[in-house]
Design a protein around this ligand. Structure first.
Ligand code: ATP
Ligand code: MG
Length: 346
């Protein structure tokens, strides 16, 4: 991806719940950037649990083929049914796999103290999310098993992504999150492979300025709450990364603030970290800032750094000012009013 294209085609996949409220907010923000970006083309695409209940398909082929017609995408959220529904599996998990979006990058930054400025880099394709579960009936009751897959290839590429990100940040530190004291084979492989990234053939000194630390996942959560300022880039296998990034979101006030991108070598998809939030769906009070920041992060990965900076500056201003905020941040404003406030600042 370069910043020289004549148009920028963005797929919009609002999917379920408040995804349908926050993705339009992100679109309006992108449209307001004007000449900072090439001509924008939006493509509306379908996915989600609601779609599944209506049509029997959670992820239509047209959406899977997104790379054919789009340069990047924004995804809203999917509802997860609390029990297993025959024939349904999560379209976001499938999309990450289909498009090989192997990294989930989640920056967590506080506008006020305590000062949190970290990025969780979560491996997105394996670990327990290979979803190979079995249930057997034994004489003493049912027995459930799950396969956890860790490969050298996936660990190496997520590790490389983490070192690249750290290199571009002022503190240049990678912390490897693992549990290799207990899971010495799987987590041992992850840890050892990420540690070896700076010594890979072809890397030759590129990451010499990056400091490597490591932390057992449980103590990482503890320290994250006690002294979040010690972390810069945290790289983790899929499940630990999922949990850590929600925990880190709690530190900065609301899930409604935390963006992410799913990134591969050829495509990038912005996605707020929050879910479909069924408890507030349809009330017009969803915080749009996580989705708006996800649009900024998507632009950053496409190398439109100035446009991304403009969005982030406007969002930070609205948060710091504290006058127009949704209820999750203690305010009384509606989604649309927050979007207007961001647009005015832009
Ligand atoms: P899902 O299964 O889709 O993840 P969930 O019930 O876990 O749904 P989340 O979206 O993960 O819901 O949200 C957890 C809590 O945070 C909910 O109380 C929700 O209302 C709140 N929340 C999440 N996102 C936002 C947002 N953008 N604005 C306001 N509140 C939010
Ligand atoms: Mg959730």
């Amino acid at each position: 991806a370069t910043a020289t294209r004549s148009s920028l085609r963005i797929g919009l996949i609002p999917a379920d719940g408040i995804g349908r409220e926050v993705i339009p907010a992100a679109r309006r923000t992108l449209e307001a950037l004007g000449s900072d970006l090439p001509k924008l083309e939006f493509h509306d695409l379908l996915a989600g649990f609601d779609l599944f209940t209506k049509t029997g398909a959670a992820l239509p082929n047209e959406t899977i083929d997104i790379e054919g017609g789009c340069d990047a995408a924004l995804f809203g959220a999917v509802s997860s049914p609390s029990r297993k529904v025959a024939g349904y599996s999560s379209p976001i998990v499938a999309l990450r796999k289909e498009l090989d979006l192997y990294a989930n990058i989640r920056p967590v930054v506080s506008v006020e103290k305590p000062s949190v400025d970290l990025v969780v880099v979560r491996e997105n394709t394996e670990c327990l999310y290979v979803k190979q579960e079995t249930l057997t009936h034994t004489d003493s009751g049912r027995e459930a098993r799950a396969t956890r897959l860790i490969t050298e290839r996936a660990s190496r590429r997520i590790g490389t992504m983490a070192f690249e990100l750290a290199l571009a940040r002022p503190r240049k530190q990678v912390t490897i999150i693992h549990k290799s004291n207990v899971l010495s084979v799987t987590d041992g492989l992850f840890r050892e492979t990420v540690r070896a990234v700076p010594r890979l053939p072809g890397v030759s000194g590129r990451f010499d300025s990056v400091a490597i630390a490591e932390q057992i996942v449980d103590s990482a959560v503890y320290r994250l709450f006690r002294e979040p300022e010690i972390y810069d880039v945290m790289v983790a296998p899929n499940l630990y990364g999922d949990i850590l990034s929600d925990a880190a979101a709690a530190l900065v006030g609301s899930l409604g603030l935390v963006p992410s991108v799913n990134a591969g070598d050829s495509f990038v998809m912005g996605e707020p970290v929050h879910g479909s939030a069924p408890d507030i769906e349809g009330q017009g009070i969803a915080n749009p800032l996580a989705a708006i920041r996800s649009a900024a992060l998507m632009l950053r990965h496409l190398k439109y750094e100035d446009a991304a900076d403009r969005i982030d500056t406007a969002v930070n201003h609205v948060i710091r000012e504290g006058r127009v905020l949704t209820p999750d941040l203690g305010g009384k404003s509606k989604t649309d009013e927050v979007v207007e406030a961001v647009l005015r600042r832009l």
